[in-house]
Write a protein that binds this ligand. Structure first.
Ligand code: SF4
Length: 119
């Protein structure tokens, strides 16, 4: 996975946890799934718009993304308040989750893309 590339269109624009100077050894599953869909041609990264964050979509797509993405994420247990049992108010998901919700909402990915991401 090319970390510098996905930082540009996933982490920097969408992720509240992203810090420019901080080196991460791992990425969240949301970012990995977006990268996988770009890598296998299901999404053209040059066509990803600079969407506005829409918290209403996080709840709308939460269950579906929980199934395909968060359930496999290494950050979920220890570090992810958004997917915890009692998320604090105004908690944001990671940038990968946010972008996946936006891509789903804008019909740039569908259910079969999500299924593919689990293979
Ligand atoms: S919202 Fe949380 S559990 Fe889901 S992919 Fe992002 S960091 Fe992982």
């Amino acid at each position: 996975m090319n970390k510098n590339l996905f930082k540009v269109y996933i982490c920097r624009p969408y992720c509240v946890f992203f810090k420019e100077e901080k080196k991460e050894d791992m990425s969240c599953m949301g970012a990995q799934v977006v990268e996988m869909l770009v890598g296998n041609g299901r999404i053209d990264s040059s066509k990803i718009s600079r969407y506005k964050k829409e918290p209403v979509l996080w709840e709308k797509h939460k269950k579906n993304l929980e199934t395909y993405v968060c359930s496999r994420c290494s950050f979920r247990e220890q570090d992810c308040d958004f997917q915890s049992e009692n998320p604090p108010d105004n908690t944001e998901p990671c940038g990968g989750f946010i972008l996946l919700a936006l891509l789903k909402e804008n019909n740039m990915i569908n259910e079969s893309d999500m299924e593919l991401s689990c293979e």
